[in-house]
Every structure is written in C-alpha cells, then in structure tokens.
Design a protein around this ligand. Sequence first.
Ligand SMILES: Cc1ncc(COP(=O)(O)O)c(C=O)c1O
Length: 381
Amino acid sequence: MGLTKTIWATPAEYLRANEPASPVMFFAPAVLQDSARRFIADFPGLVTYAVKSNPDEAVVENLAAAGVRGFDVASLAEIRLVRRLAPDASLHYNNPVRTRAEIAQAVELGVRSFSVDAASELAKLLALVPAGTEIAVRFKLPVNGAAYNFGAKFGATVELATTLLERVAAAGLVASLTFHPGTQCTDPAAWEAYISAAAGIAAAAGVRIARLNVGGGFPSHRRAGEPPALAPIFAAIDRATTRAFGADARPALLCEPGRALVAESMALAARVRALRDGEHVFLNDGIYGALAELALIGTIDRVTVLSPEGRRRRGPAVERIVFGPTCDSMDRLPGTLALPADLAEEDYVLFHGLGAYSTATCTRFNGFGELAVATALALAA
Ligand SMILES: Cc1ncc(COP(=O)(O)O)c(C=O)c1O
C-alpha cells in the first residue's frame, strides 16, 4: 500500500481530482486518535491494540501518538513492526500457537507477556521464557453475542484452564487469565459471564491472578443508525470484576481491541464497474479485496454514493445485489445493499467504518485488489 503525501479534505475532493479506477482506502488520523483517546479515558484498565486488525504503519504510529502503550501481536513480523514504530511499547504475544524458534526470538525482542491454551504449548513456554514473564491462560465459554464463535479455534475449557493456571503459578511466573468473547460482540452480558468464570478458575486453582485481559470483541459501527455504545460494556466489565473478585482483590484489567479502535478511521471508495442491465451492481472491490470480512460477519450498509464529479446521489433507496470484480461466483456481498435509484456506472460507493480486517486481508485474486491509501481530514463524503 502506498500512502499519498497529500492530505485531502474529504474523499469527494480526492475522487474528483483523481477519478481512480482502483479502490481507494481513505484514512483519517484524527478520527483514529480520537477513538483511541476516548477508549483510554473510558476503559477501566490498560488499552492495548490488536495489530492484526490493521497493521498499517500510519495506524500503529497514530495509536502510539494518541497514548496506546501496549500492543497485542500474533507473529514475529508484528513484533518487529511495533518494536520499530513504538520501541517502548509493551508487547503481548497472544497468538496461543507459536513455534519454539518464534518464542525464543520473541524473548530476545523483549516480549514478556504470552497467552496459552494447551498443556503442550505451556511446556514450550516454560522451557524458554525468563523469570518475571506473564503467562495469561486463555479460556472459552459457550456464550453468544458475537458475530462468530472464537472458541472454535482457541481457548481452554474451564477445567483445563484451571490446571494450566496452577502450573503457571507453580513455575513462579506471573499468572493471568485472558479471553476473547468473539468479534463485534454487542452484548455486555458476554463479558460478565467470562469475568465471573475467570474468578471461578482463579479460585479453583488457588491463584491470585495479576491481570485479567478481557479481550477484543468490542463492536464498531457497521449498520446504518446509531453506533453501538461502548460505555455500557465498559461499565458492565468494571462492575462484574468487583462483583466476581471483590473490591480488594480485583486483578488489573487489560483489553486488546482491534476493530473498535480502528474501524471508524477508514472508509473505502469502490467504483461501479457495471450496472448490468440496470440491475446487478459490479464494484471494483469485493470479498477477495478490502470487503473480505463482509462475507464472514455480514454486510456494512453505511454507504454514501458519489457521482464521478463528487456529487452525492440522493435518489430513493433500491435494494441491489452487489458483486465484486473477480470472475468468481462467490464474489458477492451478503444479502442486498440499499443504493440510490440514480446510481450510475462509474459512480463511487463509499463504505464507512472499514478500517478493521480490510487492508490486511485484501488479496490480488484474479489480478484485482490494488488498493491505494489516501489521507483525509474527514471521512464524511
Ligand atoms: C487474541 C486476540 N485479541 C484481540 C483480537 C481483536 O479482536 P477485535 O478486532 O474483535 O477487537 C483478536 C482478533 O482476532 C484476537 O485474536
């Protein structure tokens, strides 16, 4: 991804001047810094950033500038990226499966916090990490409220988590617990259930945990209407922690949001390649590009449509089937998308709230997927 040097006032200004044939991701650093500052002010603990959701250098730099001091990393490449851009930040290597070589390298690069959800993976860590290292046992519960089930891949059962926590404490390392309620989770009750279970695991293991990492999973604004509120989730987390552990024995809280920090800071302009026989819309981006996640967790309908001259289309909404550019039948956005009746070939459809899991997972399938990034002061069309 190349970052243009010019800062544009709005996406419309850029689109008018450049008439790009390929998709363009607009990035508003001010929006990102504002999200981060609000999260840091309102969350009752340490806010770290899940790099996987958007590892763009400008994103990491702006989050560090806004006061984010910790990063959840999943690979050596992410560790090196953060070390280079935010050398003093703490790194939490929370991909629960790592090779021995990766663990050794991470230790060398100063990582002192790891998560674990299996006895075999804990054995690798115990052999390689120095004294003073934090090991957070990741557990899972069968709770709903998120866009998809994260427990299918990671997380120990409550029973296994209890055993793992005992072993971490017995090894003299810093024992913590962690969970992820699933991404785009809108229900505070999911966090409450996890926090209550965490206290149960700690009690059963006879371990006073140093920290409780309540994951990512915080929702971003994907559907038209009011954005999901984070304040009730933060309040529920705070209350549940005191209730479950007691006011005097509360572990320090930590969170690692990706989506909720970065989503709102980017908007994608995809161009209408064809309005086939006035019916189906073919865009120059789709599920193999920056819109990949829509196929996994549902569509984003916060769209604005602009003519090639940058004028807002305001016709009555018509539900349309929308396809991406590749020659692949799967390349279709889920359901239908309400687009203005006066939509025309070569218009731009601006998808808002697209900063998470978009630039990072865009492929070059079928020769498409070239994605420019432009910096804008504001993202409203
Ligand atoms: C361990 C871990 N932490 C945090 C996140 C970020 O989740 P979200 O973007 O839903 O906040 C993920 C996402 O996959 C994850 O695997």
